[in-house]
Design a protein around this ligand. Structure first.
Ligand code: AMP
Length: 190
């Protein structure tokens, strides 16, 4: 894997453990020579991720719409800041540049971004793996709610099982790497 897209919070959250986790992820990706593609923000966990990877000598590509850059939301020290026209273009460029996608702790924006790439994978529009870093069980309640959608017949079990979920980065990367070499089966009804 050359580059990983990371979706995560533009705020810090209440628990300092989230920033600690994020800093460790940034440093570990840099150590492994895996470039980061992210939304380009300088605040919150987004900023922590970029700073930690850059400090460890990693490559960080930020992608952000021009009006967000004008609002001074962008991290100016990233390896490359790609300025685009819209949120739609931002997500398309991030998807193009990355080999896989993961969610770290985050809120509405993070969910929207990871759900979109997961939805497109299950429809067969791309074959890049999608995962959740479930450190400390952060995503466990959400994953439980998704299991409820399977039970209700609205989400195919293989689609949910296709998500890479792991409590630590090395395990998550192992699963993503494995999936990179496996062609996903697009959903064909349930
Ligand atoms: P959230 O998980 O709701 O914090 O969303 C993260 C996403 O929110 C980012 O990818 C951006 O699309 C957007 N966002 C909201 N506020 C900011 C900000 N101050 N800087 C950068 N991105 C932001």
């Amino acid at each position: 894997m050359r580059r990983l897209a990371v979706f995560l919070a533009s705020s810090d959250g209440h628990d300092p453990a989230h920033a600690e986790l994020t800093a460790a992820v940034g440093a570990e990706l840099a150590r492994r020579g895996i470039g980061i593609v992210y939304g380009g923000g300088r605040r919150g966990l987004m900023g922590v991720l970029a700073d930690s990877a850059l400090a460890a000598g990693g490559e960080v590509i930020g992608v952000m719409p021009g009006d967000m850059v004008e609002r001074e939301w962008a991290h100016r020290e990233v390896t490359e800041l790609v300025i685009c026209d819209s949120m739609h273009e931002r997500k398309a460029l991030m998807a193009e540049r990355a080999d896989a996608f993961v969610a770290l702790p985050g809120g509405l924006g993070t969910l929207e971004e990871i759900f979109e790439v997961w939805s497109w994978r299950q429809l067969g529009f791309h074959a890049k793996p999608v995962g959740f870093l479930d450190a400390g069980g952060f995503w466990t309640p959400l994953l439980g709610a998704l299991r409820g959608l399977v039970d209700a017949g609205f989400l195919a079990a293989p689609t949910l099982d296709d998500l890479a979920v792991a409590p630590d980065l090395p395990s998550l990367l192992t699963t993503l790497e494995h999936q990179l070499h496996t062609v996903p089966r697009p959903a064909r009804g349930r």
